[in-house]
Design a protein around this ligand. Structure first.
Ligand code: THG
Length: 367
């Protein structure tokens, strides 16, 4: 495909100079910001991510900050996940739904204090929805997008690299918790989380000015660990079953269809705007759901539109993400499949741009 023409509407990040120096070969646009997609090749990046450590410019995971006495109340209005037991220092993966129960985003909520939250968003304009609710309900809360840019450190050697820059105490941060750590006199929240199943951290870099100093410090500290610039990897995230908003689900889908029912406590999430709608649909149960799908044959092309799935000539679903997996020696895919055909082992036919391919529904994702 042709290049992305640079312009002010497509925002650079505090790490873009480092990404370019590292030889980025492909970008996508996410929350109107550059997101690298390839350095060496998607497959070479994949093998390296699984054995070493990478530093990812995920500044495009923008924060919607809620600040003020009504911050917690507003946060609960946005999601069917019950937040009452959530403590400062915790992160929760939260479905965000509209009044119909449709998915608006699937961010990570970061509770900094009772009256201060970050919503680390996927690719949709959540700020507008949140501002609309805050104003419409006359809540006592400030809603804005702060100068906070996540930098992820992912891969099996993440702990060793991070300890060299932030001290051994970073090893004690638990999954989906964060601690505060100092870099060049600045206090930064560092969570054990990230968009891969290889383990690692996310540094919420507050203040773009320290972006390149931190990027350079991580690269310098990890030379012998073979640290490289990386990015969310298509193959690895499909293997791991990590969903991509806008690809695998949209506002037409409920969290239950997305397999995110385990992050919903709709009965007790009092105040959630989509609560009534979700209670209604959850009673019946979803009629289609996200599944892992394995597509036979050799490498499929990139999936940039839905690939219809059939059984006995009837349409029974669609594939929305797919890639050749070197480790599993098959094409791994994520799709939405109707109830009648979503059981493990069900045979399907997927209409790829290269023609019809036999495919099989898998019970679990591969990782
Ligand atoms: N980290 C942060 N912000 C983000 C993402 C992230 N914003 C955009 C996007 N990614 C949001 N989507 C996801 C999807 C999956 C996960 C996190 C954010 C995730 N899921 C784990 C899983 O499904 O195995 C763990 C969920 C859990 O157990 O709580 O991590 O990556 N800051």
């Amino acid at each position: 495909m042709a290049m992305i023409s640079p312009s002010r509407r497509v925002r650079r990040t505090p790490f873009s100079d480092g990404v370019e120096a590292a030889g980025v070969k492909g970008y996508t646009v996410y929350n109107r910001m550059l997101l690298p997609t390839v350095f060496e090749s998607v497959e070479a990046d994949y093998h390296h991510l699984k054995k070493a450590v990478q530093v990812w410019d995920v500044a495009c995971e923008r924060q919607v900050e809620l600040r003020g006495p009504d911050a917690g109340r507003l946060m609960q209005m946005l999601t069917p996940r019950d937040l009452r037991g959530m403590l400062p220092g915790q992160c929760y993966y939260v479905p965000i739904v509209d009044e119909t129960g449709g998915m608006l985003n699937d961010p990570v909520a970061v509770k900094l204090a009772e009256d201060r939250w970050w919503i680390s968003i996927a690719d949709s304009d959540l700020l507008l929805w949140v501002k609309g609710i805050a104003n419409g309900y006359r809540l006592d809360v400030l809603v804005d997008e702060p100068d906070v840019s996540p930098l992820a450190v992912q891969g099996p050697k993440s702990d060793d690299l991070m300890a060299r820059v932030f001290g051994d105490r970073v090893r004690d941060v638990r999954f989906f918790r964060f601690g505060m750590f100092t870099f060049e006199g600045r206090d930064l929240a560092i969570a054990r989380s990230g968009y891969s199943k290889q383990g690692g951290f996310e540094i919420y870099v507050e203040g773009g000015d320290i972006g390149m100093p931190l990027w350079n410090a991580l690269k310098a500290a990890g030379e012998d660990l073979d640290v490289r610039a990386g990015c969310p990897n298509l193959i690895e995230r499909i293997e791991g079953g990590l969903l991509s908003y806008g690809n695998d689900m949209t506002d037409d889908n409920t969290p239950h269809e997305c397999g995110l029912g385990r992050f919903c406590n709709t009965h007790t999430a009092i105040g959630c705007i989509g609560r009534d709608a979700l209670l209604r649909v959850a009673k019946e149960g979803p009629v289609q759901q996200i599944r892992a799908i394995d597509i036979s044959g050799d490498r499929v092309p990139g999936c940039d539109r839905v690939w219809p799935c059939y059984a006995d000539g009837q349409r029974v679903g669609q594939v929305t993400s797919a890639a050749w997996s070197p480790d599993f020696q098959t094409n791994v895919a994520i799709g939405m499949v109707r109830l009648s055909h979503w059981a493990e082992g069900t045979r399907l036919e997927v209409e790829t741009p290269d023609g019809m391919r036999p495919a099989t529904v898998r019970e679990k994702f591969w990782a």
